[in-house]
Write a protein that binds this ligand. Structure first.
Ligand SMILES: [Zn+2]
Length: 282
């Protein structure tokens, strides 16, 4: 779930909290959480946190000694700093970086699946990592219009296209609904079918990501909570009134996500088939 705005506020807060903190020890508690073995995680001992940044949806914790932890939170990971070390029995923990002031930077993952991962890399090699090198440009600040138009000029539906990190980085299942609603575009419109004015509307729609970061800056204190107060207008609001035109927000349920849209403004008044509903009615 954490997308560009959520990871951005997380890394900003962690950067402020951890800058200069010395590492006492580092330990991977999750199965297969570390995708690299050289340099070993133990080599972080005695180094200090130099920076916490973000690339796309991935936090990057830089340490003195020019090594960086590249982290992929997947759908249920959280990177947080705690005042005290956690219990060894905490089944959500995946990676622990103990600091010599008693605090702990902890990668946790909710749910039963262990999918979040980390790589410890020489800092200069982060850009060349396959997960980073294959990313499209950042979705916020929005790429210039000609660049965006070029990126989305693909015969794919906008909903999966905008979530494809190789096309554009940072957007996931929540913010894609908001961006398309802002732009008044159908999630099923193909990228290659956009008129120039629609591509422009899409680019303007990306400002919801920046607005969300501004919102988080205002409402989130030093510590980022497990559940962020996401300023969503249509995503997960099926059945509610569209805040712009008053039509009923509709949803289409997929296996592990929900797509929400305003039929009045995005699909020419058409309510698209909800596969889940049509299965139930068979
Ligand atoms: Zn509407």
């Amino acid at each position: 779930m954490p997308e560009l705005p959520e990871v951005e506020i997380t890394t900003r807060r962690l950067d402020a909290a951890l800058h200069g903190a010395a590492v006492e020890s580092a330990l991977a508690t999750g199965l297969n959480v570390m995708k690299t073995f050289e340099p070993p995680l133990e080599s972080l001992e005695g180094s200090a946190v130099a920076s916490v940044k973000r690339i796309g949806k991935m936090p990057v914790v830089g340490f003195s000694g020019e090594v960086s932890l590249l982290i992929h939170l997947m759908s249920a990971g959280r990177l947080q700093v705690f005042e005290k070390p956690g219990s060894p029995r905490d089944r959500s923990s995946r990676l622990l970086v103990r600091l010599d002031d008693g605090r702990e930077l902890r990668l946790r993952e909710f749910g039963t699946r262990q999918r979040a991962w980390a790589k410890l890399l020489p800092s200069g090699a982060v850009r060349d990592d396959e997960m980073v090198a294959t990313l499209g440009p950042e979705a916020w600040p929005a790429p210039p219009l000609p660049r965006l138009a070029e990126l989305i000029n693909q015969p794919r539906h906008l909903h999966p296209l905008l979530r494809d990190q190789r096309a554009i980085a940072g957007i996931g299942r929540s913010w894609v609904d908001e961006i398309l609603w802002e732009a008044k575009l159908s999630p099923f419109k193909r990228g290659s079918e956009l008129a120039p004015s629609e591509a422009e509307a899409l680019r303007r729609g990306l400002h919801v990501l920046g607005d969300a970061i501004d919102h988080y800056e205002e409402v989130i204190g030093e510590t980022v909570p497990d559940k962020l107060p996401m300023p969503l207008k249509v995503h997960r609001r099926a059945g509610e009134d569209c805040p712009r035109c008053g039509a009923t927000i509709q949803a289409i349920h997929f296996k592990d996500y929900v797509m929400c849209y305003c039929p009045e403004e995005q699909t020419g008044g058409r309510v698209l088939k909800d596969r889940r509903l049509s299965r139930l009615l068979k």
